[in-house]
Design a binder for this molecule. Structure first.
Ligand code: AKG
Length: 302
């Protein structure tokens, strides 16, 4: 296109508004402010998690907004979009799929599996659904567990230098529903109040039909541990070495008012951060495909 033609194209008349029966799209005009502000405020809670930029490009420097820090303080959780890149997420997920098919030489102490007497993978091996401390075994996990952006966010949330506490990868198998129930991590970990923060990094798209994490906002506030009850998952989680089913712990379901919970849809690489006292659980996997997440917990160092 010649420069003259380009100028002609730039000078084309462009309509100020487009209208259909149900929709008007137009440039803002003087006097619109109050109405737009009211509309933004009405939907802000739903939209802001998608809108707030969190990443400052370069060097893994992840700066949380005041809004995100406030949410963590008040509600006990916050969401960071794009904590790790899609490529980083894909590498971990792909290795988890290898582990699922038995392609590894890891000791079986790393794995929580489906009942070995009922469930086997295509190669006749056990079916892992939880992988404990994978970062100690392979660089592909350690790269994420020690990711500069993750450490950076943890330092901002916990307010000082941090060290890794533990990590576990979750394979939400397509053949089982595999929901988890509300619990507080400190019921398992005995970390002192305000010392610990867990992250749940999504390696797949998660939503209502598949594995979204749910949080009960504000449940950390009195730093009180609720008495948990023991239960067996359906299907049960088994120790890969002994084959024994083991109990997990949950806040008694009858005591919970679910109307206050918040579901957190996420894309691969997004992460939720929550205190060790914040009640959390995950939705069943009804998506028909395997979904994976990597949970990495940190604590204040010193
Ligand atoms: O994905 C889940 O089911 C929840 C994981 C969880 O509770 C945790 O990492 O503490």
């Amino acid at each position: 296109m010649s420069v003259d033609n380009l100028m002609d194209a730039l000078l084309l008349d462009f309509p100020e508004s487009f209208e259909s029966d149900r929709l008007t799209i137009r440039a803002p005009r003087p006097g619109d402010g109050a109405e737009i502000n009211a509309a933004v405020r009405e939907t802000f809670d739903d939209l802001k998690v998608w809108l707030i930029p969190t990443r400052i490009i370069g060097g893994g420097d992840m700066q949380l907004t005041g809004e995100q820090l406030e949410r963590y303080k008040t509600d006990g959780y916050t969401v960071v979009r794009g904590l790790i890149s899609p490529e980083e997420g894909r590498r971990v997920r792909s290795r988890l799929m290898d582990l699922l098919s038995g392609n590894h030489d890891w000791p079986d102490t790393h794995f929580q599996v489906l009942n070995p007497s009922k469930f086997r993978n295509n190669e006749g091996g056990v079916v892992p659904i939880g992988v404990q401390r994978p970062a100690m075994r392979e660089g592909v996990f350690k790269e994420i567990a020690d990711h500069p952006s993750l450490q950076n966010v943890m330092e901002q949330l916990l307010g000082g230098p941090v060290k890794r506490f533990t990590d576990q990868a979750l394979i939400k198998h397509r053949a089982i529903s595999g929901q988890s129930f509300f619990h507080q991590d400190s019921f398992y970990w005995h970390l002192a109040p305000e010392q610990g923060c867990n992250s749940w990094i999504s390696l797949d798209e998660v939503g209502v039909d598949g594995c979204a994490l749910a949080i009960m906002p504000g449940t950390h506030q009195s730093w009180t541990l609720i008495e948990h009850e023991g239960y067996y998952d359906d299907p049960s989680f088994h120790n890969a070495r002994s084959g024994e089913a083991f109990k997990r712990w949950r806040i008694p379901v009858a005591e919970i008012d679910f109307s206050g919970e918040v579901l957190l849809p996420m894309l691969p690489g997004d992460a939720a951060f929550f205190t060790n006292y914040t009640w959390h659980r995950s939705e069943p996997n009804n998506s028909g495909v395997h979904k994976c997440a990597y949970a990495i917990a940190y604590q204040l160092h010193g």
